[in-house]
Every structure is written in structure tokens, then in C-alpha cells.
Design a protein around this ligand. Structure first.
Ligand SMILES: [Zn+2]
Length: 175
């Protein structure tokens, strides 16, 4: 309830330009971080939110740049035009990237995207329909793979790959 009230206050502020879209995204990231850290079992570290134009040629409108003690989460200003649930989905997706540390680093690129999308949708279920259309068939496929395997099994595979000194989980392990 507290979250909801603050949320509404912030959106009103945002619309009347008292608070910026960047303030709002920083607030969502702060509020949602602990849930994501609990699911991933890793700290996200210090997160810095930056709203700026995406570099030309980059398709994604949000990105995460990890460092040893945290990450910078980038969001394109055009995201402000999307519904509130989409802001939350993008924020959570990038927090998950920030939590991809240690054994989770053995996830392939596609599996990592699948984990980010799966967790974002599980925490913002009302966004499901719009987001599923939005993310394209490849990402939908990998999100379904993550659902099929389950987070526990995926974590076991990641831990095994790490302990065997592999850079990535071999694809035949996913069968
Ligand atoms: Zn991503």
C-alpha cells in the first residue's frame, strides 16, 4: 500500500514536471530490487539509474552495464510514453541483469534474457499480454525455456557449469 501511494504521488509529480522520469525509474528500481535479489540469490550492488538516448544501432531501449560493485541501468527517454506496467517490466528486467553474478554468469545470452523476461513478468503479471507481443519470437522462446526448466534447475545447471570451469551452460544440458 505504501508503495502504491508513493507511486501515485510520484507519477502525478512526474506528469507535472516536479519529478522527472529518471526520478521515477530510480524509485521503481529501489523498490523492486530486494525482490529480484531474493529470487536470484545475489546482490545487485549499487545501482545507478540513467535516462538517456540509446546509442544509434542499439535495438534495446534499456540496458545494464555491470561493474564489480553494482551497475548502471540505462533507460531510453521514449519509454516514458509507455504504460506504467511497462516501466516496471523494464526496470525489473535490468535489475535481473545486475544480479547475474558468479555462477549465473554461465547463462548463455539467450538464457539470461529469458530469465530477465520471466522474472519481470512474474512480478508484473498485468503486463504479460503487451509484453509478449513486444519481445519477439526468439525472446518468447527463451522465456518459455526458462519456465520449462524452472529457476531451481537452471541454478543447478549454472552452478555445475561454474564448478566444471565452463564459460557457458552447454546447450545439450537443457534437454
Ligand atoms: Zn536484457
Amino acid at each position: 500500500m505504501r508503495y502504491l501511494l508513493l507511486l501515485v504521488a510520484l507519477i502525478c509529480g512526474c506528469r507535472s514536471k516536479q519529478a522527472t522520469f529518471e526520478d521515477y525509474m530510480a524509485y521503481i528500481v529501489q523498490e523492486r530490487c530486494a525482490e529480484v535479489e531474493r529470487i536470484m540469490g545475489k546482490p545487485a550492488g549499487h545501482l545507478h539509474v540513467s535516462v538517456q538516448e540509446k546509442p544509434k544501432g542499439l535495438r534495446a531501449r534499456a540496458a545494464c552495464k555491470r561493474s564489480p560493485d553494482g551497475a548502471i541501468l540505462y533507460f531510453d527517454p521514449s519509454l516514458e510514453n509507455l504504460p506504467l506496467s511497462a516501466w516496471e517490466v523494464h526496470a525489473i528486467h535490468e535489475i535481473v541483469h545486475a544480479c547475474v553474478r558468479e555462477e549465473w554468469e554461465t547463462l548463455t545470452h539467450d538464457l539470461e534474457e529469458g530469465v530477465c523476461d520471466r522474472i519481470a513478468l512474474s512480478l508484473v503479471p498485468q503486463a504479460e499480454e503487451g509484453m509478449l507481443q513486444d519481445i519477439g519470437s526468439n525472446r518468447r522462446h527463451w522465456m518459455r525455456e526458462v519456465e520449462r526448466l524452472g529457476m531451481d534447475r537452471l541454478h543447478q545447471l549454472a552452478s555445475r557449469a561454474k564448478s566444471e570451469g565452463l564459460e557457458e551452460i552447454p546447450t545439450h544440458w537443457l534437454e
